[in-house]
Design a protein. Structure first.
Lengths: 566, 132
């Protein structure tokens, strides 16, 4: 049976465009109301940003192809940043992985590479994310659980043992202590004899979204931003192929934002980093090309595709027109995508494979540069090897069987997709205006604007699920009583003790005077204004641990705590 | 007039996933309870201290990082040590096989992903109305 069509309110189309002429609906939209043939479904079809869609879309006679789209690989890059997109090279299949010790995660990395993964992505455990060593009292109960514990250069070296760092690209999800972890990676590469100029990869390093959503912040905003800009500066001179930031909407979305909010908040963060880099005196044509992005792939298929396309167009326009950049590379928004963890259900977990497939297709149709597909068991525990393999296979099926990558931007010119792309862009700009009323991103963070907006969206969505206005298959509809039969990954119970023993030995056996002089120099530089990266690198080379280096920075910079908003 | 049910929603450990905790906090408040939210990064000691100060009837612990197996029993130890009469429940990403141990140490219920909010509201109302 065909789906019932929604009844539309008169003149709403025009009103939504901010156009008072109401009835003269914008070309591109179906102008007349359509009466539903049957009321079996529901009265309206809002997407996940509560944008009401029309029953169908028609050609927009005013649509300016050159202005809105351009060819693939051409400004404003709506259709993608490469002329040949996936024809030349597929996206990087990059599975986020990490648990237990560096030894265990090294084995998981090799397993993934042996199954056709093309890039690495490191998940660190909570203590590492907060800059604590495994044996710190704050780390209690958290060792190795949400990722791998890396407390020293030695751990980092073990993590990449047998993996040549000049051929693999590595993404590291680390924010507060990003410069310390990056320094350890640079140190591990040194130990392999690989020069910095040959390293490729990404540190997430996006502290703004930590305050907004992910909440693994350490320092207050000003010193945090200083550390970030330090990495931009250090990277452009020393590690030229490294992405020194991955400006992330993923966590904003996971915390409950809409797609439009994810888009707008993330790009607003991006613009703030560009501004602050310029304030430092860096040449934006040189550092902006190393900024990368990270988006979520949620359930509403076309909304997600439109989001990625709008992101590219907004970024290109802002870089060229607002900032006056001339480097085309600086105008190209490159992004990683991860399917939405928050859409995974603990009930009937096999259904998650289907969800992930749809989300991954949206990412590919939206022109992602790399992709992580979630595993079916992640609403229950860390994924097992088999579950991770199935997730990787999902990407490989899209890549090699579906034919989707064989044509560049196959949805370009779809009446609906182009309309929705415009909608995403327009609504993002409205949010930019709101943010500027708070004096910018940092003012808005300090006043709780983002946190409130996300909490509202998340609660509104949840209430709709509770009322069954949104169906979640297997959760509030199509449920079964069958018991859950799925193996989950268990961590080695002795792992923590071994890690702590190694760490204590490291502290006992290192060259005391070398360590102390490196730490003193780090403190002095942190207190001043010089770039912190060289001193951090020297400290980790002198076998200072993550907790020790971050501890010095904590002393100098102080710690941040947020206001509570529910 | 009867005293409102007072609930502390708490985030033990370093876990930053606060979406679920906030949704539950909002829902309990909308259902007429008084809700106090600890915010992130609380130690078991801090949580129990807040519960004592706020004289709550119930504590809801949320963790999605896997640290529940260590941190939740620690909270329960402190609850017992202080002879507190509170209803303690838990939520988050908690594997099925961990639930018996949590219940054994005194956690009254574990609300996993997909639990209807209404179930959580009803559970608190039923268990706490007997207190009078």
């Amino acid at each position: 049976m065909l789906m019932a069509l929604a009844l539309k309110k008169k003149g709403k189309a025009g009103a939504r465009r901010g156009n008072s002429s109401g009835q003269t609906a914008r070309p591109g939209r179906q102008p007349k109301a359509v009466v539903p043939e049957t009321a079996e479904r529901r009265a309206g079809y809002p997407n996940l940003s509560w944008i009401e869609t029309d029953p169908f879309y028609v050609q927009d006679r005013d649509f300016d192809y050159g202005e809105r789209l351009g060819l693939p690989g051409e400004y404003p890059f709506t259709r993608g940043i490469h002329r040949d997109m996936y024809l030349g090279r597929l996206w990087t299949m990059r599975q986020f992985a990490g648990f237990g010790s560096a030894f265990e995660t090294n084995r998981r990395f090799k397993y993934l590479l042996s199954h056709g993964e093309t890039g690495l992505s490191v998940a660190f455990d909570y203590p590492t994310l907060y800059g604590y060593d495994t044996d710190d009292p704050h780390s209690e109960g958290e060792y190795g659980k949400c990722g791998v514990a890396v407390s020293s250069l030695e751990d980092m070296t073990v993590l990449f043992d047998g993996i040549p760092l000049d051929t693999v690209s590595t993404s590291m999800t680390i924010n507060g202590p990003a410069s310390v972890i990056w320094a350890m990676y640079l140190g591990a590469a040194e130990a392999q004899g690989v020069s910095k100029s040959r390293l490729r990869g990404t540190i997430q390093n996006d502290v703004l979204k930590e305050y907004i959503a992910q909440k693994s912040f350490i320092f207050p905003p000003a010193p945090s931003m200083r550390l970030v800009i330090d990495t931009f500066e250090y990277g452009m001179h020393n590690v030229p192929s490294w992405n020194t930031i991955s400006i992330s909407g993923y966590h904003i979305r996971e915390a409950g934002s809409t797609a439009v909010q994810e888009l707008a908040f993330t790009l607003a963060d991006g613009l703030e980093y560009v501004r602050q880099g310029i304030e430092r005196g860096l040449d934006p044509n040189l550092f902006v090309p190393r900024l990368s992005f990270f988006f979520n792939a949620h359930n509403d298929f076309f909304e997600e595709i439109a989001k990625y396309r709008a992101a590219r167009r907004i970024w290109a326009r802002e870089m060229k027109e607002s900032f006056g950049l001339t480097s085309e590379r600086a105008m190209k928004l490159r992004f990683h995508t991860q399917t939405a963890g928050c859409t995974l259900t603990a009930e009937q977990p096999e259904n998650n494979i289907t969800r992930v497939s749809i989300q991954a297709m949206a990412a590919v149709l939206g022109g992602t540069q790399s992709l992580h597909t979630n595993s079916l068991d992640e609403a229950l525990a860390l994924p097992t090897e088999k579950a991770v393999r199935t997730a990787l296979r999902t990407q490989q099926i899209i890549a090699y069987e579906s034919g989707i990558p064989n044509v560049v931007d196959p949805l370009g010119g779809s009446y609906y997709v182009e309309w929705l792309t415009d909608q995403m862009e327009e609504r993002a700009y409205r949010i930019f205006d709101e943010i500027s009323m708070y004096g910018g991103v940092i003012g808005a963070i300090e006043r709780g604007y983002f946190q409130k907006a996300i909490t509202e969206s998340s609660y509104r969505y949840q209430k709709e699920v509770e009322r069954k206005e949104r169906i979640v298959v297997g959760v509030n509809e199509f449920t079964t009583d069958e018991p859950l039969e799925i193996p989950t990954l268990r961590l080695d119970p002795k792992g923590r003790d071994r890690q702590v023993a190694r760490l204590r030995k490291l502290r006992r056996t290192r060259d005391r005077s070398k360590f102390e002089s490196a730490m003193n120099r780090l403190r002095k530089i942190a207190e001043g204004e010089e770039n912190t990266m060289p001193a951090i690198l020297d400290a980790v080379r002198a076998k200072a641990t993550l907790g020790e280096v971050t501890g010095v920075l904590r002393d100098v910079f102080g710690e941040y705590s947020e206001q509570q908003i529910i | 007039m009867a005293r409102k049910i007072r609930v502390l929603i708490a985030k033990p450990g370093l876990d930053g996933h606060d979406r679920g905790a906030k949704v539950v906090a909002r829902a309990l408040r909308d259902a007429g309870m008084e809700v106090i939210y600890t915010g992130l990064h609380q130690s078991p000691e801090q949580i129990v201290q807040t519960a004592l100060q706020e004289d709550v009837d119930a504590i809801g612990l949320s963790s999605l990082s896997g640290a529940h197996d260590v941190l939740f029993p620690r909270v329960m130890e402190l609850v017992k040590k202080n002879r507190m009469k509170v209803l303690v429940t838990a939520g988050g990403i908690i594997p099925e096989e961990d639930i018996p141990a949590l219940k054994k140490c005194g956690i009254a219920a574990v609300f996993g992903p997909g639990t209807p909010i209404d179930d959580i509201v009803k559970f608190h109302k039923e268990r706490l109305s007997q207190k009078g």
